[in-house]
Structure formats: structure tokens, C-alpha cells
Design a binder for this molecule. Structure first.
Ligand SMILES: Cc1cc2nc3c(=O)[nH]c(=O)nc-3n(C[C@H](O)[C@H](O)[C@H](O)COP(=O)(O)OP(=O)(O)OC[C@H]3O[C@@H](n4cnc5c(N)ncnc54)[C@H](O)[C@@H]3O)c2cc1C
Length: 393
């Protein structure tokens, strides 16, 4: 299936058999998945048709024009952007069939149980233990900064299964049921006042072996697929011109001439151009992705996205003067999604501070770009050949 005309036909057939005006949202999304029009580059039977990824736009525009509902991708970003590509690459046929459909329709939200209090940038040092227990595994440990854990049905989890080998080798990748009684989710309040993320305590959580993703001890390799896709999904989102953080500040500039100064004008122009360059680079990155797996380029995009968001939101607060310091709501909320442009300047300013931490800090991403894009010598690593249990902690 390579053909835009055929995809248009299939889109029309879906709309005829399930007219959006007379079909429930979930029924429509399930029918779309079953018709292979969810993510056309996925295999047949798993929401796709094995078509080139670039043809997705043909389907999306046809459905949008007909007023069809979408799957609210921002609400289920971790599932779509990270869990799904990892399941597709490493999952068994049974796992793919069980998880991908409700993930795509948004019936089941996913979260990511990777970071720990003692393992963030140095993720491979993680200490959550998974021990063989009959036919499955028993997991104990603590994870932290887990976005959407309070909404999630499932989590992608990495845990240590062999402490006697060097840290990268003794990790295994699992799918964890967030409704298991051993899973305790506690909110963590952020600088914005909201609690998007959580700490998650895992106490004797039983995971059947059928929820292992990839081989025992191969979890670090499996996690690379997740992490590379994470950077692409954070830094490489498709946005229209002036669609990101630059939008609100450009609007204020146009509508409030009394706030303008020469100095702010120069900065706004520079940031507008940089935002546009980043947007177009994101388009190019997506085209490269059509050809294969995401590479370290995603790290470059994520770096640019974090720096620009912080500079632009800083400029916006400065432009607004006293108004920029107002903050509408300090009550602890548990938002379903992060909406940068739906709130006031102060929120954007505070929330964008996390952009250079989440999905890998900017310092760590600079190391990745240095090593894997520029070919510079790697950082000295003295713990590569030491068993995890003998590492200083
Ligand atoms: C909004 C938000 C959402 C998040 N959501 C999730 C989630 O859903 N799931 C999840 O698992 N995690 C999540 N995280 C966690 C995030 O991935 C980690 O915070 C991040 O990887 C950094 O780890 P750390 O906080 O332990 O900091 P550390 O690793 O302790 O880093 C501290 C400082 O040291 C610097 N540093 C560390 N190593 C190096 C190095 N080699 N070279 C140079 N500098 C270095 C860092 O850049 C940083 O400035 C989220 C974080 C945020 C802010």
C-alpha cells in the first residue's frame, strides 16, 4: 500500500460506514484503528497498512475535513510517542495485539517508570529490583517524576534483574499494571503549583513473564528505542508557523504597541526566526524518520526546543512587565495534559523550566550530540566494567 488515492478511498469508506455525526467517539476511533487508518505506517492488523509514514497526512486531512474525532494525542503522548514504538519493535505478537489498540484510541493511558531518586541522567544505575518468582517477577523499588502516573493504566518499566553484571547489562524491560495493589502513586507538586508528575512506590508488584518486553538483561537496548522516541516526541512535534511559544508573545506584540521597546523588538525578531528555523528543522526530522528509526538528531531538536521555550517565555514576561508577574491559580491541580499556550505568561515561564530537564537534561543531550553526531571523544566512564552491586551509591 503506497498509494495516496487508495488511502483517500479507504478514508471515504470509513466515513461512510461510520459517519462521525452519528457514531460515538470511541466507536469511531476503534473503527479507524481496525481500518488501518490510525497510524498508516504500522503493520496491517495493528492499526496500520504498512504504508509510508508520510501518507498519514492524507488520512488526517480527510478525517479532519469531515469533522471526525481524533484520539487527543497530547493526552496520551507517552503511550503514542514512547510505549507504542517500543512495543512495536520488541513486543511479541500477543503483546502488540493486546496493548496497541486501546493505547491508540486513548482508552488506556501509559506512563514511564524510568527515573529514580538515585538514577536520572545516569539512568543505567537504577536500583528497582525485579526478582524471579515462579512464572513471573516480583518488583520492589521507587520511581520518581512519573508524569501521568495518576491517570495511567499501564507503565513501561525498567528494573534490575542482575546486580552481578555491569549496570547496562543487568536491566530488563517490563510492562507494569498500574492498578496492581503494590503500586502506590503520590503526587509531586511542581513550581507551577500543578502536580503533573508523581513518585511511584512498587512493593512486591507481581509481573507475569508475559509482560516482559525483550530479553532478560536486554532492557537497556530496549530502553534506547523509548528514549530516542521520547526526544523526538518532545522536540519534534508538528506545529504551524507561530504555533508554539512564539505565538502568544507575537500576538501581544501586535496587539499592545504601548509595551514595545527597541531592545525587545530585536530580541523578538531573533527568537521568531529561531523558532521558525526549529519548526522547519522538525519537519525535516520527521521526513528523515519516515525512512527509519530516530537517531541522535532528536536530541538536537529537543535541546533547541528547551532553550527556545525558556528564552521566549522570559521575553514574554519582560514584555508584559507587572502583568507578566500575575499568576492565576496556585491550587494544586492534576492536569490531564500540559498546555503551554492555553494559560497565561507566568505559567509558560515557570513550566518551561522543566523543558531542559524532562526527557534528558540539556547537559546530557549536549554530550550525546558531541559523541554521536560530532564524533568527539566520549566522557571518561570508569564504571562500565564494574558489577552494579559494587558501584558506589
Ligand atoms: C516535567 C518533567 C517530567 C518528567 N517525566 C518523567 C517521566 O514521566 N518518567 C520518568 O521516568 N522521568 C521523568 N522525568 C525525569 C527526568 O527524566 C529526569 O529528571 C532527568 O533525566 C534528570 O535526572 P535527575 O532529575 O535525576 O537529575 P540528575 O541526573 O541528578 O542531574 C542533576 C544535574 O547534573 C547534570 N548532569 C548529570 N550528569 C551529567 C553529565 N554526565 N554531564 C554533564 N552534566 C550532568 C544534569 O544536567 C543536571 O543539571 C521528568 C522530569 C520533568 C522535569
Amino acid at each position: 500500500m503506497n498509494d495516496a488515492a487508495e488511502l483517500r478511498d479507504r478514508t471515504r469508506e470509513l466515513l461512510a460506514s461510520h459517519p462521525p455525526a452519528h457514531t460515538g467517539r470511541l466507536d469511531f476511533l476503534r473503527a479507524r484503528f481496525d481500518a488501518g487508518l490510525a497510524w498508516v505506517h504500522y503493520p496491517e492488523g495493528l492499526g496500520g497498512l504498512g504504508a509510508p509514514r508520510s501518507l498519514q497526512a492524507v488520512v488526517d486531512s480527510g478525517l479532519e475535513a469531515a469533522g471526525a474525532p481524533d484520539n487527543d494525542p497530547r493526552r496520551i503522548g507517552i503511550g503514542l510517542g514512547m510505549a507504542a514504538p517500543t512495543i512495536l519493535r520488541y513486543g511479541t505478537e500477543e503483546q502488540k495485539r493486546q496493548y496497541l489498540r486501546p493505547l491508540w484510541t486513548g482508552e488506556e493511558v501509559w506512563c514511564q517508570l524510568f527515573s529514580e531518586p538515585g538514577a536520572g541522567s545516569d539512568l543505567a544505575a537504577l536500583g528497582t529490583r525485579a526478582v524471579r518468582d515462579g512464572e513471573g517477577w516480583r518488583v520492589n523499588g521507587q520511581k520518581v517524576w512519573t508524569s501521568s502516573a495518576h491517570l495511567a493504566r499501564w507503565a513501561i518499566l525498567i528494573a534490575r534483574t542482575d546486580p552481578d553484571v555491569p549496570k547496562h547489562q543487568g536491566i530488563t524491560y517490563f510492562i507494569c499494571d498500574m492498578t496492581d495493589p503494590g503500586v502506590e502513586v503520590r503526587p509531586l507538586r511542581q513550581i507551577t503549583g500543578e502536580a503533573e508528575f508523581n513518585e511511584v512506590f512498587l512493593t512486591d508488584v507481581r509481573i507475569p513473564d508475559s509482560r516482559r518486553l525483550g530479553d532478560v538483561g536486554d532492557g537497556w537496548r530496549v530502553a534506547q528505542t523509548t528514549l530516542m522516541n521520547e526526544r523526538v516526541s518532545i522536540g519534534g512535534m508538528r506545529i504551524p508557523r507561530e504555533g508554539g511559544m512564539i505565538g502568544p508573545v507575537a500576538k501581544t506584540w501586535r496587539e499592545r504597541p504601548e509595551l514595545r521597546t527597541h531592545d525587545l523588538h530585536q530580541r523578538l525578531l531573533r527568537l521568531w526566526v529561531e523558532a521558525e528555523v526549529a519548526r522547519l528543522t522538525g519537519e525535516r526530522l520527521r521526513q528523515q524518520l519516515v525512512a527509519g528509526q530516530p537517531g541522535p538528531e532528536g536530541s538536537g531538536m529537543k535541546l533547541a526546543f528547551a532553550r527556545l521555550n525558556q528564552e521566549i517565555s522570559g521575553l514574554e514576561v519582560e514584555l508584559l512587565g507587572e502583568e507578566g508577574l500575575l499568576y492565576d491559580d496556585w491550587t494544586m491541580r492534576r492536569p490531564e495534559l500540559v498546555d503551554f499556550t492555553g494559560r497565561e505568561a507566568g505559567y509558560r515561564y515557570l513550566r518551561s523550566k522543566g523543558n531542559s530537564i524532562e526527557g534528558g537534561t540539556s547537559e546530557v543531550l549536549l554530550n550525546i550530540v558531541a559523541e554521536r553526531v560530532l564524533g568527539l571523544p566520549p566522557e571518561p566512564r570508569t564504571d562500565k566494567d564494574v558489577a552494579w552491586k559494587d558501584l558506589a551509591r
